[in-house]
Design a protein around this ligand. Structure first.
Ligand SMILES: NC(=O)c1ccc[n+]([C@@H]2O[C@H](COP(=O)([O-])OP(=O)(O)OC[C@H]3O[C@@H](n4cnc5c(N)ncnc54)[C@H](OP(=O)(O)O)[C@@H]3O)[C@@H](O)[C@H]2O)c1
Length: 315
């Protein structure tokens, strides 16, 4: 790494964004993080990260605020575009184009964009049981028909990013993670942390026994850094490490933590199989699922997210 290289991270205060910021700071980068409100308490964890005081600067920028993004990205040689409005198609696509325009204006060398398997797997024409790789794309009209608006937004935004790459000199890489789980740095709950928390505490009568693809948040953040740093990295990368039926995930958790309130029964469910070989061939490694679960549960217990439920049940 060039000493004191400056990079920008959009959505710095979010679940994945916070880990990316932490790892960048630990590697000596100067980080410009965009958040919508630098004064909001939900972003104070960023200021406490090691080296944050000297090397992290937070910028107020909505994805629809092109000028704000330009100020945050100015002087940076790389951008990690991680921010994403939930289920909002227009801001997601326009926001991504704003980030790319601001990156070109700042003469950025490389943009690493966090897409999603939501842009990969939702397609009725893909055969059942097919292992999906970087050539697979979600079908936008089908996603609309089943009201999967997040997948519509992620597919459109990633496709627009690739169109942009064709017509500009900007080097763009995309990463498509599966369901990201593991410990949080931020004090708030994001949707995929909630997914795991609900399995531990909701005690629902019946859950769908879906075939789930999972990846640790730290391994995902490492993949983004690796793609940024490796000059040979090109194109799109699926980032997923473990596949497991939801019922088996519950059994695993029950063995480790028998006292939580798990789903009581399961109905048949479908799911996806993904191939992360391209990322692994570049050197990406991931930790065992058990480590991720232990660290996630520790986070929920320490933050009170699980203890509160236990108390409520016993009182
Ligand atoms: N978590 C997963 O399972 C998963 C899986 C695959 C892909 N991804 C992708 O990974 C990225 C991060 O996800 P996450 O789980 O870390 O989500 P998260 O914790 O909800 O973080 C999303 C971030 O986006 C920011 N944001 C939302 N709307 C914005 C807007 N209009 N302008 C600027 N910033 C905005 C939020 O900032 P505020 O704090 O200001 O609201 C937040 O920091 C997303 O692109 C997501 O699609 C996530």
């Amino acid at each position: 790494m060039v000493e004191r290289e400056k990079v920008c991270v959009t959505g710095a205060g979010g679940y994945l964004g916070s880990w990316v910021v932490k790892f960048l700071l630990s590697k000596g980068y100067i980080v410009h993080g965009t958040v919508r409100d630098p004064e909001d308490d939900k972003n104070t964890h960023l200021k406490k990260l090691e080296h944050a005081e000297e090397n992290l600067k937070l910028f107020k920028a909505d994805l629809l605020d092109y000028d704000g993004l330009c100020i945050a990205i100015a002087g940076c040689s790389g951008v990690f575009h991680i921010a994403c409005p939930i289920n909002l198609i227009e801001p997601s696509v326009k926001g991504t184009l704003n980030v790319l325009d601001a990156s070109v204006k700042a003469k950025v060398n490389k943009v690493v964009y966090a897409s999603s398997i939501g842009a990969v797997v939702v397609n009725p024409n893909l055969s059942k049981g097919q292992v999906m790789d970087e050539n697979c794309w979600s079908d936008i009209e089908f996603c609309k028909s089943i009201e999967q608006w997040y997948c519509v937004a992620k597919t459109l935004a990633e496709q627009e990013a690739w169109e942009y790459a064709k017509r500009s000199e900007l080097k763009i890489l995309t990463v498509c993670p599966s369901i990201i789980i593991g410990p949080r740095l931020q004090p708030t709950m994001n949707s995929s942390s909630l997914y795991l928390l609900r399995i531990l505490k909701d005690g629902s009568e019946s859950a769908e026994n879906r075939h789930r693809a999972l990846v640790d948040v730290r391994d995902t953040a490492e993949s983004l850094l690796m793609l940024y740093e490796k000059p040979e990295a090109e194109g799109r990368y699926i980032c997923s490490s473990h596949e497991i039926r939801e019922q088996d995930l519950v059994e695993k958790l029950k063995n480790m933590y028998p006292y939580y309130n798990y789903p009581k029964s399961f109905s048949e469910g479908e799911g996806v199989s993904l191939n992360s070989e391209k990322l692994q061939n570049l050197g990406w490694k991931y930790r065992p699922l058990e480590d991720t679960l232990v660290d996630a549960v520790k986070d929920y217990e320490e933050s009170g997210a699980l203890a509160k439920v236990e108390l409520a049940q016993t009182s």
